[in-house]
Ligand binder design. Sequence first.
Ligand SMILES: O=P(O)(O)OC[C@H]1O[C@](O)(COP(=O)(O)O)[C@@H](O)[C@@H]1O
Ligand SMILES: [Mg+2]
Ligand SMILES: [Mg+2]
Length: 290
Amino acid sequence: MTDSDIDAAVEQVASTIARSATEIRQGLVGRRGKADVENPSGEVQAEADVWADELLADRLTAIDGVAQYASEERSEIIDGGDEQVYVAVDPLDGSSNLKSNNTMGTVFGIYDEPLPAPGTALVASGWILYGPITTMAYARDGSVTKYELTGGERTVVEEDVTLPDDPLVYGFGGRVPHWHDDFHEFVREVESNPDHKLRYGGAMIGDVNQVLTYGGVFAYPALEDSPRGKLRLQFECNPIAYLVEAAGGRSSDGAQSILEVEPTDLHQRAPLHVGNTELIDRLETVLAGE
Ligand SMILES: O=P(O)(O)OC[C@H]1O[C@](O)(COP(=O)(O)O)[C@@H](O)[C@@H]1O
Ligand SMILES: [Mg+2]
Ligand SMILES: [Mg+2]
């Protein structure tokens, strides 16, 4: 396996997901109901979750160089038979927003180690945002590019994207009564800054994309009834953390970079905090009780 083989496989995965996004968006119509089955995290799947997972599984495992396909929506890893890259996908992020027709996304991480893998094994990651238009944010070689997607075409709108220096927005998931006291304290600090505005839409990708655009912080923290929060390390936390760090920000599980979290299980959860470096540094200080 050479570096150029890996580059070719990575590029194929990213362009296949970008091309599929238009179809996924159109395929949401008529698939907004529940599928009556649970995913490995114990959540009832939407018809669109199941459909988007199958579409991406078929296309991504057909690519030369894809060794594994894993998804939030299936228990087992699909073996692609090759050996260059290992792909983890959240086919539809924020699918509970289907009912109300609000923002959703698709998240992907491309690793160079078998799954479950640490975030340090990521070689690229990205997300599609199904907003008023379909956009893509993509991290590769320490640099982030934003695209607009139309009919399968990727048009660059910004290269070398970095988080703005002055944070503007914040959004925190989980029921407020279930937040730990030290997290409450951090939230009070963030809210007391007159420059900061609440932006929370119930789809991680929509909320993190606001942080990438305006600067700020997004978290789905550890909760009293769920010590590892809600979001899944392989499919959600690692890809987001890799991209935000490539854009000059920081990620944390509360104590260390998300990319340092030891993977123990394909579907394990982790508390996720991402955003401008000074805010994540401050969060870690507050959570450490300092
Ligand atoms: O509805 P809650 O508990 O606030 O959770 C919202 C969070 O759950 C998620 O919807 C989980 O992702 P999925 O929709 O892919 O399961 C995130 O996008 C979002 O940040
Ligand atoms: Mg998700
Ligand atoms: Mg999902």
